[in-house]
Design a binder for this molecule. Structure first.
Ligand code: ADP
Ligand code: TRP
Length: 321
């Protein structure tokens, strides 16, 4: 199977990104053809400081490699290094009905949250469709928030194929149900753009500080506490299994401890979980030239895959005359 995913370098990577997408991608590497890229054009919808975007792109690449994306197994590149995606984006625009884009949750949510709207935010799903369709992707592992975007890519591909013949592969999304939506410290979907994240590679002290801000119920120390609805428990659950998870449930049920104790425990468990990744990250951080080389050779491979598809599209659409 050909599996593809992208992540925007629009801020620090957070545990929602990790469990919703990166981890699945890393696990898919051994049995599939995996394609992972950094969606820097997409990030322009929210990051308008050029230096910051450039810096975040390298940071995101470094993080991805530290978290286990293996350039020997996966094609790994930065979106803007394969410009053909912009060409396909335009071609697909003619197959993206206004109504379909107007219904996109991400656009509606951002508008509702008061972000200034512009064309790039509106046409965001068309560029995402181009990302997916340029590489004949079959499976797209995403968090729940991105399902609709993959469905839009499918709709666009079907419309295109109806017009020009069976050229584009029709992709499917894949969501890992138990981590479909990781909630942020405020109890809403964790997102870089909502300022409610717990990041993966923060300093130990600042991680604890963030975790301490997680909103919890107000229950007296000695009282038993609900764990199913607790934000702290739900985050801890991502890092624990078996007896350790049951032991935490027992602590909630028993009473005698406050949410502050559970927060400290969460911070410890998380710190331990990412320990090995942090060590790998230090290596790549000290070797940024190697990261750049990996990205360049990934882009060359990605373009090699894209060229036959884009050539076919140029030919059937009459762009090549
Ligand atoms: P963000 O919303 O923080 O900007 P992205 O949109 O760049 O994150 O998402 C990158 C990937 O991580 C996508 O596959 C997305 O579905 C997944 N993802 C993002 N936030 C969450 C979350 N809170 N829970 C689960 N998956 C998530
Ligand atoms: N829109 C995705 C997100 O915000 C990132 C992305 C861009 C993507 N292009 C993609 C994800 C293609 C999967 C496939 O999470």
């Amino acid at each position: 199977m050909r599996v593809l995913t992208g992540i925007q370098p629009s801020g620090d990577l957070h545990i929602g990104n990790y469990f919703g997408s990166i981890k699945q991608m890393v696990e898919a590497q051994d049995k599939n053809e995996t394609f992972a890229f950094i969606a820097n054009y997409h990030a322009m919808t929210t990051v308008s400081d050029g230096d910051r975007l450039a810096k975040l792109t390298m940071q995101c690449a470094t993080d991805f490699l530290a978290l286990g994306i293996d350039p020997q197994k996966s094609v790994f590149w930065v979106q803007s290094d394969v410009k053909e995606v912009l060409e396909l984006y335009w071609v697909l625009s003619s197959f993206a009905p206004m109504g379909l884009l107007e219904r996109a949750h991400s656009y509606k949510d951002k508008t509702a949250k008061g972000f200034a709207t512009n064309h790039s935010l509106f046409s965001y799903p068309v560029l995402m469709a181009a990302d997916i369709l340029l590489f004949n992707s079959q499976i797209v592992p995403v968090g729940k928030d991105q399902i609709q975007h993959v469905e839009i890519a499918r709709d666009i591909a079907i419309k295109f194929n109806n017009q020009y013949g069976d050229i584009l592969s029709i992709p499917e999304f894949k969501v890992q149900e138990e981590v479909a939506t990781v909630l942020g410290i405020d109890g809403q979907k964790m997102s870089k753009s909502y300022g409610n994240i717990v990041n993966i590679f923060g300093e130990e002290k600042s991680q604890l500080k963030t975790i301490k801000k997680i909103v919890t119920e107000n229950v007296a120390m000695e009282e038993p506490k609900e764990y199913e609805t607790c934000n702290v428990y739900n985050m801890a659950k991502l890092f624990l299994e078996g007896d350790n998870l049951i032991a935490l449930q027992e602590r909630y049920k028993r009473g005698g401890e406050g949410h502050g104790h559970f927060k400290i425990y969460l911070a410890e468990v998380m710190w331990e979980y990412f320990r090995e990744f942090r060590q790998k990250r230090e290596y790549f951080e000290a070797n940024q030239d190697e990261v750049r080389e990996i990205l360049q050779s990934g882009a060359a491979k990605a373009r090699e895959e894209a060229m036959p598809i884009i050539e076919k599209i140029r030919s059937v659409t009459g762009i090549k005359y």
